[in-house]
Design a protein around this ligand. Structure first.
Ligand SMILES: NC(=O)c1ccc[n+]([C@@H]2O[C@H](COP(=O)([O-])OP(=O)(O)OC[C@H]3O[C@@H](n4cnc5c(N)ncnc54)[C@H](OP(=O)(O)O)[C@@H]3O)[C@@H](O)[C@H]2O)c1
Length: 252
């Protein structure tokens, strides 16, 4: 069952990809401002859509592709908010089929693959939490390429069919990429600091626990003036000049 914002080209492409593989589809076009904005309303929409449909094999959501501002919380993309609502609504509607969420440009596979849609990366954060909290109905995350060509559509279908059991993947023109931890190359640390402060250095949050350490390091390495800012300014407890604790070196 794909849930979509119908206007994105990947909505039709994903539908075609799954139809070409013989999947029976229930397509649900969700308006994030109405259905997607409210958990109970979306659960009702989902319940109606799946009524009599038999057991679902999976749910693919393209809601994360919508980066427009949420009506009440403009700093939040509508698609991200709707994804969380969908996750809850599927549970409320007793849909236990695994949910896959699709993004585009939310992850990078390497230096030649720039991350073009960092707003959608929020869904990758949400998805990893969902994988821990509701593993029984979580499918995975798939990052789509710009072009919804035939080859990419086929790769999306492969991923949804359980390709190699991977659940965090990026579909690219060169193939399907999965994330791996690799050892970082070891570089001998430079003897001298690569960056030598000079002039005035601004330290935001400079009156907090770490601010004192940072300020002392900067002063010891050549900063001529330090500008420490915070809401309380000189009224902050740590603003009182004091000597470092002789036992620990911690600022007093
Ligand atoms: N301490 C650690 O071991 C540690 C480890 C890893 C990461 N960090 C991160 O490093 C950062 C600093 O840590 P910290 O331990 O020094 O924290 P802290 O002791 O709570 O200090 C925070 C500083 O930021 C200022 N501040 C807070 N909200 C502000 C705002 N809205 N506008 C302007 N200034 C603001 C505070 O002063 P006012 O309240 O007066 O504004 C204070 O000077 C935090 O983000 C923390 O999560 C800390």
């Amino acid at each position: 069952m794909p849930t979509t914002r119908a206007s994105d080209p990947w909505a039709d492409a994903a539908t075609a990809a799954l139809t070409e593989r013989g999947a029976g589809l229930l397509r649900l076009d969700v308006d994030p401002d109405t259905d997607g904005a409210d958990r109970a309303a979306l659960a009702t929409v989902v319940r109606r859509a799946v009524e009599g449909a038999g057991e679902l094999a999976g749910v693919l959501s393209l809601l994360p592709l919508d980066e427009s501002a949420h009506a009440r919380y403009p700093a939040t993309p509508r698609g991200f908010a709707a994804t969380q609502t969908l996750l809850q609504a599927l549970g409320d509607a007793a849909v236990t089929a695994p949910l896959w969420c699709a993004t585009r440009g939310a992850v990078s596979t390497g230096p030649s693959d720039p991350l073009t849609h960092p707003l959608q990366a929020q869904v990758w954060g949400l998805g990893r939490v969902a994988a821990e909290e509701v593993p029984e109905r979580w499918g995975g995350l798939v990052d789509l390429p710009q072009a919804a060509d035939r080859r990419s559509r086929g790769r999306l279908a492969d991923v949804l069919a359980g390709l190699d059991g991977e659940e965090q993947v990026a579909v690219r023109p060169a193939g399907v990429f999965a994330n791996r931890l690799v050892r970082a190359p070891w570089h001998e640390p430079a003897r001298d600091p690569a960056w030598a402060p000079c002039g005035t250095v601004l330290i935001t949050g400079g009156t907090g626990a770490l601010g004192g350490y940072v300020a002392r390091w900067l002063a010891g390495n050549g900063a001529e003036h330090l500008l420490l800012v915070s809401r309380r300014g000189p009224a902050a407890p740590a603003s009182t000049p004091s000597r470092p604790n002789s036992a620990t070196g911690a600022p007093g």
